[in-house]
Design a protein around this ligand. Structure first.
Ligand code: ADP
Ligand code: MG
Length: 578
């Protein structure tokens, strides 16, 4: 039997009709909508029966035939007829015993529903029996029964789904489409049951075959082969009321893997909006609304999860959603930061930075804003970058600047290349938004006067308050003229950049609507170190350290990558060493 589900079950007691009281509680509604729903119900029954091998055969996308064969515990000869009756289940719900293992099924309506709307044949033999029984049902009526001898297990064939309900049949989509949904279903269960062999075939041969694997990740990579070359971050967190385990693509690899998320709750593949949102929250903002790949298994004590809110159990509800959200988003955030730390293990560091603890401490979880004293007063705001210059001698070779554009650094696992402008943009952006209203700023000793067009000036008047919160304070100086008194800390802007910035403010609708994220992104872009600026060792080090203190270090606010990583493995592959 299986570990899943929301309802407790007794040990196998034979198939019984549910008492009406319980039957009435079960979410009403059709469970069979299309061939993939047939596949889902049959796979779940096979898994509930402890099958280690489940073969699915489809014809015409499942519209002509869905057949699932398993080597599970089978159904006793005298119970087969009961199995296809509504509310007949061997997985009887018993509210008293919550510690028992769980099953996928508990409503006893799937076989009955399928039998009503198809030509169904079910045959089964128990491992300890010499023979089994085959039952034919046509649109709900038993049309044949005979003794058979077969290998232990169960085979259910569902032919011509909805042949007796033309309106429902017409609702089915193309064969290719239905087939895709069927395959997706099999993949879902293959993902959650790595020890079970799954196969899918059609009349022209095998389409999918997943041999049993020892570890979960092996199965994940078999089922989703596009992940083979993707670096995955593993996360795992355990709590009495909720355990989670999963993998996600590094945020910087999200691009290739959009629309690939899998959530399993107590072994059920589910759609669960707030889980999805919690994961995204943990990842931090993603550029261009990209959704990174993740696969997530959640396990909770059965009494914490209600699986009976939706006819096909595709939606479930955890009893403490606030806890679920916080627990999950924090676990993900922690894993992402750990990965950022790993990316940044520098072997050739001077002693002050050599230990992992040191680096660990530099990337607090959750990230707190780096302390830049508001009183820092550079002589002029357009001076060369005034990143911290304390540290080690310029001759230190920990970092290397390529064409005054990229910073190269050695890490334990290989090499990272950082885009200096994009990285600084990310840093400025987060620092501005981190502590709105009190975000670090630099007061200019020689305030800058900027002339604006009438429209730019009008925009400024609308957003002056927001700009001030971001560390950007300016006052009206004359007609269409401003005097800029403070800039966000570490912003590198002269009158030219300021004029450009106000032009962009005036041209950007989101800014005019008061979107501070957008304002911060535009400021960061104008205020970041330019491509072409030469940086000292200390400046490079400071930049990289601050980058990896960011919540979303891997992207600039526009969504371009800030860091590219080459692992030793990548290099070995490129050089044909492996
Ligand atoms: P449920 O799964 O909710 O119990 P179903 O209508 O899907 O309801 O199945 C009814 C019963 O038939 C199950 O409780 C189980 O005892 C039996 N059964 C169905 N499919 C199988 C199978 N593949 N192997 C063993 N028993 C099965
Ligand atoms: Mg079932």
């Amino acid at each position: 039997m299986l570990t899943s589900g929301a309802r407790p079950l007794e040990s196998r007691v034979g198939i019984r009709l549910l008492p009406p009281r319980i039957a009435a509680k079960i979410a009403a509604g059709e469970v069979i909508i299309r061939p993939s729903s047939v596949v889902k119900e049959l796979l779940e029954n096979s898994l509930d029966a402890g099958a280690k091998r489940v073969e699915t055969c489809i014809e015409r996308g499942g519209k002509a035939l869905v057949r699932v064969s398993d080597n599970g515990e089978g159904i006793a000869r005298d119970e087969l007829q009961l199995a296809v009756q509504r509310f007949a289940t061997s997985k009887l719900a018993d509210a008293g015993d919550l510690e028992r293992i769980q099953s996928y099924g508990f409503r006893g309506e799937a076989l009955a529903s399928m039998a009503e709307v198809s030509e169904l044949v079910i045959e089964s033999q128990r491992p300890d029996a010499e023979s089994g029984v085959l039952l034919k049902i046509n649109a709900g009526k038993i049309t044949g029964r005979k003794e058979i001898v077969r290998t232990p297990g169960t085979t259910v064939s569902v032919r011509n789904l909805f042949f007796n309900l033309p309106a429902r049949r017409a609702f089915l989509r193309s064969e290719a489409y239905e087939r895709r949904l069927v395959l997706e279903k099999v993949r879902d269960y293959a993902l959650i049951e790595p020890s079970v062999r799954f196969e899918v075939s059609n009349p022209s041969g095998t389409i999918l075959a997943f041999p049993p694997t020892r570890s979960w990740i092996e199965r994940v990579q078999e089922v989703l082969p596009e992940l083979k070359n993707v670096e995955l971050i593993e996360f795992k967190e355990t709590h009495r009321l909720l355990s989670i385990e999963g993998f996600m693509a590094r945020p910087d690899q999200a691009v290739q893997l959009r629309r690939r998320q899998k959530i399993f709750f107590n072994s059920r593949p589910v759609l669960y909006r707030s889980i999805y949102r919690a994961v995204m929250e943990g990842f931090g903002p993603q550029p261009g609304n990209l959704v990174p790949f993740f696969i997530l298994k959640l396990t909770a004590p059965p009494q914490m999860l209600d699986a009976n809110i939706h006819p096909t159990k595709i939606e479930v509800r955890y009893r403490d959603e606030r806890f679920l959200f916080d627990f999950l988003s924090q676990a993900i955030r922690k894993a992402v930061h750990k990965e950022a730390v790993k990316t940044l293990k520098f072997p050739a560091y001077p002693s002050s930075l050599r230990t992992d603890e040191k680096i660990e401490r530099q990337i607090p979880i959750p990230a707190s804003p780096p302390s830049t004293p508001p009183s820092s007063m550079p002589k002029t705001p357009v001076s060369t970058p005034h990143l911290e210059t304390k540290g080690y001698p310029e001759t230190h070779t920990g970092f290397w600047q390529l064409q005054n554009l990229y910073i190269l650094a050695q890490t334990y696992s290989g090499l990272i290349i950082v885009d200096q402008h994009a990285a600084h943009e990310r840093i400025l952006y987060e620092e501005m938004l981190e502590r709105l209203g009190s975000s670090p700023r630099q007061r200019l000793l020689f305030p800058l006067i900027v002339d604006l067009s009438a429209e730019e000036f009008a925009t400024f008047e609308e957003i002056a308050g927001d700009l001030k919160d971001l560390g950007f304070e300016a006052k009206v100086f004359g007609p269409n003229q401003l005097i800029v008194e403070t800039l966000p800390a570490d912003a590198k802007m002269g009158p030219g950049e300021l004029r450009q910035l106000f032009r962009e403010f005036a041209e950007t609708n989101e800014v005019k609507l008061g979107n501070r994220d957008k304002m911060a992104a535009l400021i960061a872009c104008k205020a970041a170190i330019k491509a072409g600026s030469s940086l000292s060792q200390a400046e490079m080090e400071s930049l990289i350290n601050r980058l990896f203190r960011c919540k979303t270090p891997f992207f600039c606010p526009h969504g371009r990558p800030t860091v590219i990583k080459f692992t030793m493995d990548d290099l070995a592959k490129r050089f044909g060493r492996i």
